[in-house]
Design a protein around this ligand. Structure first.
Ligand code: PLP
Length: 285
Protein backbone atom coordinates (compact mmCIF):
# COMPACT_ATOMS: atom_id res chain seq x y z
CA UNK A 1 0.00 0.00 0.00
CA UNK A 2 1.24 3.48 -0.76
CA UNK A 3 -0.18 6.95 -0.25
CA UNK A 4 -1.23 8.66 -3.44
CA UNK A 5 -2.54 12.12 -4.32
CA UNK A 6 -5.78 12.47 -6.27
CA UNK A 7 -7.61 15.72 -7.04
CA UNK A 8 -6.64 17.55 -3.85
CA UNK A 9 -6.50 14.66 -1.34
CA UNK A 10 -3.92 12.20 -0.09
CA UNK A 11 -5.19 8.65 0.43
CA UNK A 12 -4.13 4.98 0.35
CA UNK A 13 -3.90 3.77 -3.26
CA UNK A 14 -6.49 1.10 -2.41
CA UNK A 15 -9.08 3.81 -1.71
CA UNK A 16 -8.53 5.94 -4.82
CA UNK A 17 -11.34 6.04 -7.37
CA UNK A 18 -11.37 7.46 -10.90
CA UNK A 19 -14.39 7.45 -13.20
CA UNK A 20 -14.22 5.06 -16.18
CA UNK A 21 -15.38 8.06 -18.22
CA UNK A 22 -12.10 9.84 -17.48
CA UNK A 23 -10.55 10.79 -20.82
CA UNK A 24 -7.26 9.35 -19.63
CA UNK A 25 -8.92 5.92 -19.44
CA UNK A 26 -11.08 6.30 -22.56
CA UNK A 27 -8.61 8.04 -24.92
CA UNK A 28 -5.18 8.16 -23.24
CA UNK A 29 -5.87 11.92 -23.24
CA UNK A 30 -3.31 13.24 -20.78
CA UNK A 31 0.32 13.90 -19.93
CA UNK A 32 2.70 12.71 -17.25
CA UNK A 33 6.00 13.41 -15.59
CA UNK A 34 8.49 11.25 -13.64
CA UNK A 35 10.69 12.90 -11.01
CA UNK A 36 13.42 11.07 -9.11
CA UNK A 37 13.94 11.84 -5.43
CA UNK A 38 17.44 11.31 -4.06
CA UNK A 39 18.05 11.50 -0.34
CA UNK A 40 14.70 13.27 0.08
CA UNK A 41 15.43 15.96 -2.57
CA UNK A 42 13.24 16.42 -5.65
CA UNK A 43 15.90 16.10 -8.34
CA UNK A 44 15.94 18.87 -10.99
CA UNK A 45 12.35 19.72 -9.99
CA UNK A 46 12.23 23.04 -11.90
CA UNK A 47 13.27 21.30 -15.12
CA UNK A 48 10.63 18.58 -14.64
CA UNK A 49 7.87 21.10 -13.91
CA UNK A 50 8.86 23.20 -16.94
CA UNK A 51 8.61 20.10 -19.13
CA UNK A 52 5.20 19.35 -17.58
CA UNK A 53 4.05 22.90 -18.51
CA UNK A 54 5.27 22.30 -22.03
CA UNK A 55 3.51 18.91 -22.36
CA UNK A 56 0.25 20.40 -21.03
CA UNK A 57 0.49 23.35 -23.38
CA UNK A 58 1.26 21.00 -26.30
CA UNK A 59 -1.99 19.05 -25.75
CA UNK A 60 -4.02 22.10 -24.64
CA UNK A 61 -4.82 20.99 -21.08
CA UNK A 62 -4.69 23.87 -18.57
CA UNK A 63 -1.98 23.60 -15.90
CA UNK A 64 -4.03 23.09 -12.73
CA UNK A 65 -1.37 24.22 -10.21
CA UNK A 66 1.54 26.61 -9.78
CA UNK A 67 5.06 25.18 -9.50
CA UNK A 68 5.05 26.05 -5.78
CA UNK A 69 1.84 24.09 -5.27
CA UNK A 70 3.25 21.10 -7.16
CA UNK A 71 6.43 21.21 -5.11
CA UNK A 72 4.37 21.14 -1.88
CA UNK A 73 2.40 18.10 -3.09
CA UNK A 74 5.61 16.31 -4.08
CA UNK A 75 7.19 16.96 -0.67
CA UNK A 76 4.12 15.64 1.10
CA UNK A 77 4.13 12.50 -1.06
CA UNK A 78 7.80 11.91 -0.26
CA UNK A 79 7.10 12.30 3.47
CA UNK A 80 4.03 10.06 3.45
CA UNK A 81 5.81 7.24 1.59
CA UNK A 82 8.82 5.19 2.58
CA UNK A 83 12.39 5.72 1.55
CA UNK A 84 14.92 8.46 0.87
CA UNK A 85 15.03 7.51 -2.82
CA UNK A 86 11.72 7.52 -4.63
CA UNK A 87 10.31 7.93 -8.10
CA UNK A 88 7.38 10.35 -8.25
CA UNK A 89 4.81 10.06 -11.02
CA UNK A 90 2.41 12.87 -11.95
CA UNK A 91 -0.47 12.37 -14.37
CA UNK A 92 -2.94 14.99 -15.57
CA UNK A 93 -5.80 14.08 -17.87
CA UNK A 94 -8.47 16.15 -19.61
CA UNK A 95 -10.92 14.91 -16.98
CA UNK A 96 -14.30 13.19 -16.97
CA UNK A 97 -16.72 13.84 -19.84
CA UNK A 98 -19.24 12.13 -22.13
CA UNK A 99 -17.20 10.15 -24.66
CA UNK A 100 -16.51 12.43 -27.60
CA UNK A 101 -13.21 13.04 -29.39
CA UNK A 102 -13.73 16.82 -29.28
CA UNK A 103 -12.65 18.59 -26.09
CA UNK A 104 -15.42 18.97 -23.49
CA UNK A 105 -16.73 22.55 -23.18
CA UNK A 106 -15.61 22.81 -19.56
CA UNK A 107 -12.45 21.01 -18.49
CA UNK A 108 -11.73 19.89 -14.94
CA UNK A 109 -8.43 18.02 -15.25
CA UNK A 110 -7.94 14.85 -13.21
CA UNK A 111 -4.72 15.25 -11.20
CA UNK A 112 -2.96 12.17 -9.87
CA UNK A 113 0.44 11.62 -8.29
CA UNK A 114 2.11 8.60 -6.73
CA UNK A 115 5.44 7.44 -5.42
CA UNK A 116 7.32 4.18 -5.94
CA UNK A 117 10.66 3.17 -4.42
CA UNK A 118 13.62 4.04 -6.63
CA UNK A 119 15.88 0.99 -6.89
CA UNK A 120 19.63 1.38 -7.46
CA UNK A 121 21.07 0.02 -10.70
CA UNK A 122 21.76 -3.74 -10.48
CA UNK A 123 25.46 -4.64 -10.15
CA UNK A 124 25.20 -6.88 -13.21
CA UNK A 125 24.26 -3.87 -15.36
CA UNK A 126 27.23 -1.89 -14.01
CA UNK A 127 29.63 -4.69 -14.88
CA UNK A 128 28.08 -6.14 -18.04
CA UNK A 129 25.72 -3.51 -19.48
CA UNK A 130 22.51 -4.24 -21.35
CA UNK A 131 21.55 -5.34 -24.83
CA UNK A 132 19.43 -3.24 -27.18
CA UNK A 133 17.67 -3.85 -30.46
CA UNK A 134 17.18 -1.30 -33.25
CA UNK A 135 13.60 -0.91 -34.51
CA UNK A 136 11.70 1.47 -36.79
CA UNK A 137 10.34 4.44 -34.84
CA UNK A 138 6.64 4.29 -35.64
CA UNK A 139 5.47 6.80 -33.03
CA UNK A 140 3.71 10.09 -33.82
CA UNK A 141 5.34 13.40 -34.74
CA UNK A 142 5.15 14.97 -31.25
CA UNK A 143 7.55 12.81 -29.27
CA UNK A 144 8.76 15.90 -27.39
CA UNK A 145 5.47 15.82 -25.42
CA UNK A 146 5.32 13.41 -22.50
CA UNK A 147 1.86 12.01 -23.16
CA UNK A 148 0.29 9.01 -21.42
CA UNK A 149 -0.71 7.42 -24.76
CA UNK A 150 2.31 5.09 -24.87
CA UNK A 151 1.04 2.13 -26.91
CA UNK A 152 3.71 2.45 -29.64
CA UNK A 153 6.45 2.68 -26.96
CA UNK A 154 4.98 -0.35 -25.17
CA UNK A 155 4.84 -2.43 -28.37
CA UNK A 156 8.40 -1.40 -29.32
CA UNK A 157 9.76 -2.28 -25.85
CA UNK A 158 8.01 -5.67 -25.99
CA UNK A 159 9.38 -6.30 -29.49
CA UNK A 160 12.87 -5.60 -28.14
CA UNK A 161 12.31 -7.98 -25.20
CA UNK A 162 10.98 -10.69 -27.53
CA UNK A 163 14.17 -10.31 -29.61
CA UNK A 164 16.32 -10.83 -26.50
CA UNK A 165 17.13 -7.16 -25.80
CA UNK A 166 16.10 -5.00 -22.87
CA UNK A 167 15.47 -1.73 -24.74
CA UNK A 168 14.53 -0.67 -28.26
CA UNK A 169 16.68 1.94 -30.02
CA UNK A 170 14.51 3.73 -32.55
CA UNK A 171 15.31 4.75 -36.12
CA UNK A 172 13.38 7.36 -38.10
CA UNK A 173 14.21 8.49 -41.67
CA UNK A 174 17.63 6.85 -41.51
CA UNK A 175 18.58 8.52 -38.20
CA UNK A 176 18.65 7.30 -34.63
CA UNK A 177 16.17 9.09 -32.34
CA UNK A 178 16.03 7.62 -28.80
CA UNK A 179 15.01 4.54 -26.81
CA UNK A 180 11.40 3.48 -26.14
CA UNK A 181 11.69 5.07 -22.66
CA UNK A 182 15.15 6.63 -22.71
CA UNK A 183 17.44 9.03 -24.58
CA UNK A 184 20.46 7.86 -26.50
CA UNK A 185 24.14 8.76 -26.53
CA UNK A 186 27.03 7.26 -28.49
CA UNK A 187 30.76 7.88 -28.22
CA UNK A 188 33.29 7.56 -31.03
CA UNK A 189 36.98 8.47 -30.80
CA UNK A 190 36.39 10.21 -27.41
CA UNK A 191 33.59 12.39 -28.81
CA UNK A 192 30.15 11.98 -27.19
CA UNK A 193 27.11 12.50 -29.44
CA UNK A 194 23.38 12.67 -28.83
CA UNK A 195 20.58 13.53 -31.27
CA UNK A 196 19.45 17.19 -31.05
CA UNK A 197 16.19 18.04 -29.30
CA UNK A 198 13.10 18.42 -31.46
CA UNK A 199 9.73 16.75 -32.08
CA UNK A 200 11.34 13.35 -32.74
CA UNK A 201 12.43 12.78 -29.13
CA UNK A 202 11.63 13.58 -25.52
CA UNK A 203 13.82 16.35 -24.10
CA UNK A 204 15.13 14.13 -21.31
CA UNK A 205 16.08 15.78 -18.03
CA UNK A 206 18.88 13.22 -17.62
CA UNK A 207 20.01 13.89 -21.19
CA UNK A 208 20.24 17.62 -20.58
CA UNK A 209 22.20 17.09 -17.36
CA UNK A 210 24.70 14.85 -19.16
CA UNK A 211 25.19 17.48 -21.87
CA UNK A 212 25.69 20.08 -19.12
CA UNK A 213 28.17 17.90 -17.19
CA UNK A 214 30.13 17.13 -20.36
CA UNK A 215 30.50 20.87 -21.15
CA UNK A 216 31.45 21.75 -17.56
CA UNK A 217 34.10 19.04 -17.52
CA UNK A 218 35.51 19.86 -20.97
CA UNK A 219 34.48 16.54 -22.50
CA UNK A 220 33.89 16.66 -26.23
CA UNK A 221 30.13 16.48 -26.85
CA UNK A 222 27.98 17.33 -29.82
CA UNK A 223 24.22 17.36 -30.27
CA UNK A 224 24.04 15.88 -33.72
CA UNK A 225 22.14 13.25 -35.69
CA UNK A 226 23.73 9.94 -36.58
CA UNK A 227 22.79 6.90 -38.62
CA UNK A 228 22.25 3.28 -37.53
CA UNK A 229 25.56 2.40 -39.26
CA UNK A 230 27.41 5.04 -37.22
CA UNK A 231 25.72 3.70 -34.09
CA UNK A 232 26.80 0.15 -34.96
CA UNK A 233 30.43 1.39 -35.23
CA UNK A 234 30.31 3.31 -31.90
CA UNK A 235 32.91 2.80 -29.17
CA UNK A 236 30.20 3.22 -26.54
CA UNK A 237 26.41 3.50 -26.45
CA UNK A 238 24.40 4.76 -23.44
CA UNK A 239 20.69 5.03 -22.71
CA UNK A 240 19.55 7.59 -20.13
CA UNK A 241 16.44 8.21 -18.05
CA UNK A 242 15.35 9.49 -14.66
CA UNK A 243 14.79 6.03 -13.20
CA UNK A 244 17.74 4.21 -14.85
CA UNK A 245 20.25 7.09 -14.94
CA UNK A 246 22.95 6.09 -17.48
CA UNK A 247 22.82 2.54 -18.84
CA UNK A 248 25.76 1.21 -20.86
CA UNK A 249 24.61 -0.73 -23.95
CA UNK A 250 27.13 -3.48 -24.59
CA UNK A 251 25.24 -5.52 -27.21
CA UNK A 252 23.46 -3.99 -30.20
CA UNK A 253 21.31 -6.27 -32.36
CA UNK A 254 23.15 -9.26 -30.92
CA UNK A 255 26.63 -7.87 -31.72
CA UNK A 256 29.11 -6.66 -29.08
CA UNK A 257 29.59 -2.89 -28.86
CA UNK A 258 33.39 -2.48 -29.07
CA UNK A 259 34.82 -5.03 -26.58
CA UNK A 260 31.34 -5.79 -25.18
CA UNK A 261 31.96 -4.09 -21.82
CA UNK A 262 30.86 -0.73 -20.34
CA UNK A 263 33.37 1.84 -21.62
CA UNK A 264 35.67 4.39 -19.94
CA UNK A 265 33.57 7.42 -20.93
CA UNK A 266 30.48 5.78 -19.42
CA UNK A 267 32.45 5.25 -16.18
CA UNK A 268 33.64 8.86 -16.20
CA UNK A 269 30.17 10.28 -16.88
CA UNK A 270 28.60 8.00 -14.26
CA UNK A 271 31.09 9.30 -11.68
CA UNK A 272 30.28 12.91 -12.62
CA UNK A 273 26.56 12.15 -12.48
CA UNK A 274 26.81 10.49 -9.04
CA UNK A 275 28.80 13.36 -7.56
CA UNK A 276 26.30 15.87 -9.01
CA UNK A 277 23.49 13.85 -7.37
CA UNK A 278 25.28 13.78 -4.03
CA UNK A 279 25.88 17.54 -4.02
CA UNK A 280 22.40 18.41 -5.32
CA UNK A 281 20.01 20.38 -3.17
CA UNK A 282 16.69 21.74 -4.31
CA UNK A 283 16.44 25.36 -5.40
CA UNK A 284 14.50 27.44 -2.86
CA UNK A 285 11.07 28.25 -4.32
C1 PLP B 1 10.59 8.24 -24.79
C2 PLP B 1 11.48 8.71 -23.68
N1 PLP B 1 12.63 9.33 -23.97
C3 PLP B 1 13.48 9.75 -23.02
C4 PLP B 1 13.21 9.55 -21.67
C5 PLP B 1 14.18 10.03 -20.62
O1 PLP B 1 13.72 11.22 -20.02
P1 PLP B 1 14.15 11.62 -18.54
O2 PLP B 1 15.65 11.64 -18.50
O3 PLP B 1 13.57 12.96 -18.34
O4 PLP B 1 13.59 10.57 -17.63
C6 PLP B 1 12.01 8.92 -21.31
C7 PLP B 1 11.69 8.71 -19.90
O5 PLP B 1 10.80 8.01 -19.53
C8 PLP B 1 11.12 8.50 -22.33
O6 PLP B 1 9.95 7.89 -22.04
Amino acid sequence: MSIIYLNGDFMPDTEAMISPLDRGFIFGDGVYEVIPVYNGHLFRISEHLRRLDNSLQGVRIPQPYSHEHWTGIMHQLVERNQGRNQSLYIQITRGVAKRDHAFPAKITPTVFAMSTPLEPLADKIRTSGISAVTLADNRWENCHLKTIALLPNILLRQQALDAGGSEAILIRNGEVTEGSASNLFMAKDSCIMTPPKGPRLLPGITRDLIVELAHENKLSISETNFTPDELAAADEIWLTSSTKEILPVTQLDGVAVNDGLPGPLWRQMTTLFQSYKESYSEPVA
